[in-house]
Write a protein that binds this ligand. Structure first.
Ligand code: 8YV
Length: 327
């Protein structure tokens, strides 16, 4: 019998996924669930045929330079691959796969939840009660902003952006979007979405902005100081994509000065560090990167990872290739 390839998993995954992986491959699981250090990652890359990282594993060119010749596949547990230096991986002939599709609806739900939470001040209301400071109902207590009839601008109209658009229509929002390419006319029609070729022009006219694009060199600080200046003073901005897409310091400054109405953030530039100034602001809802965090979603992601590895081990091309290997 052929020797099973060594698969190293960097973090604790759902039990069913770990069990299945142990059956299928020579799997080394994470014994104590923590983000791997660069040294631990380097060691994993040195010995494994397949590594299964998550967003907390920074696989930059330096770390990847430790990869042994046997390393053939990085099967990422997650969709975003901005923590992996794809160019360095390609140069070393390492294939990279991700888990698209299975976290679309959950992430769109969380985005909608953040829109509602910021507009209707859910965090503030909760904190009021928990602080024992609720003295009773009042006609002007905790007034939020009505979202029905308002304009939502989606930055990045991929799977998640489109799933958000469907939800937003149900809440009576008009849907606008900016994307590198205009989506298919049929989809645009179905979503009743208005395309803005100019991001600047869209930003200046929206009530709510949602970030749903990946973090790439082209989208780093896409919402720069200059662009944040274009937002209306009472606008709401939510981000379930990647912290790096928004200039977080500038966003914090503008929120503090009342130049932006509110923000709902699931992702940050320096996770898990969150700017203390953001934490001090009442009009900000903060979540610890929970966008895709459902029991079902994590299981689906794990199954995707398994299919990618299994297909690869069987000598075929894995379905969710982010880059092609040279082999
Ligand atoms: C995960 C994500 O929580 O898929 C992504 O890009 O950000 C989330 O679904 C995380 O990345 C898993 O590695």
């Amino acid at each position: 019998e052929r020797k099973k390839p060594l698969v190293i998993v960097t973090r604790k995954l759902p039990d069913v996924i770990e069990t299945r992986m142990m059956e299928l491959f020579d799997t080394r699981l994470s014994t104590d669930d923590h983000p791997m250090t660069a040294a631990e990652l380097a060691e994993a890359l040195r010995v494994a045929t397949v590594v299964v990282p998550t967003v907390t594993d920074r696989l930059d060119a330096t770390v990847l330079s430790h990869a042994g010749p046997q390393l053939k596949l990085i099967a990422n547990f997650g969709n975003g691959v901005d923590h992996i230096d794809l160019k360095a991986a390609r140069e070393r002939g390492i294939m990279v796969t991700n888990t698209p599709g299975v976290l679309t609806e959950d992430t769109a739900d969380m985005t909608m939840a953040l829109i509602l939470a910021t507009a209707r001040r859910l965090g503030e209301g909760e904190r009021l009660i928990r602080a024992g400071q609720w003295t009773g109902w009042g006609p002007t207590l905790m007034l939020g902003t009505r979202i029905w009839g308002k304009r939502l601008g989606i930055v990045g109209m991929g799977r998640i952006g489109q799933a958000l658009a469907r939800r937003a229509r149900g809440f009576g929002l008009s849907v606008h979007y900016h994307n590198r390419h205009r989506v298919h006319p049929e989809i645009e029609q179905e979503l009743e979405a208005t395309y803005w070729e100019s991001l600047d022009q869209m930003l200046a006219r929206m009530d709510i902005i949602s970030i749903n694009c990946p973090h790439t060199p082209a989208t780093y600080h896409l919402l720069s100081a200059r662009r944040l200046n274009l937002l209306r003073a009472n606008s709401i901005i939510v981000n379930t994509a990647r912290g790096e897409v928004i200039d977080e310091n500038e966003l914090t400054r503008k929120l503090s000065k009342g130049e932006i109405g509110a923000a709902g953030l699931d992702v940050f530039e320096q996770e898990p560090a969150v700017n203390p100034k953001l934490m001090a602001l009442p009009n900000v809802v903060l979540l610890p990167h929970m966008g895709s965090a459902t029991i079902e979603g994590r299981q689906d992601m794990g199954e995707k990872v398994i299919v990618n590895i299994k297909t690869f081990v069987d000598g075929h091309k894995p379905p969710d290739r982010v880059i092609e290997s040279m082999f």
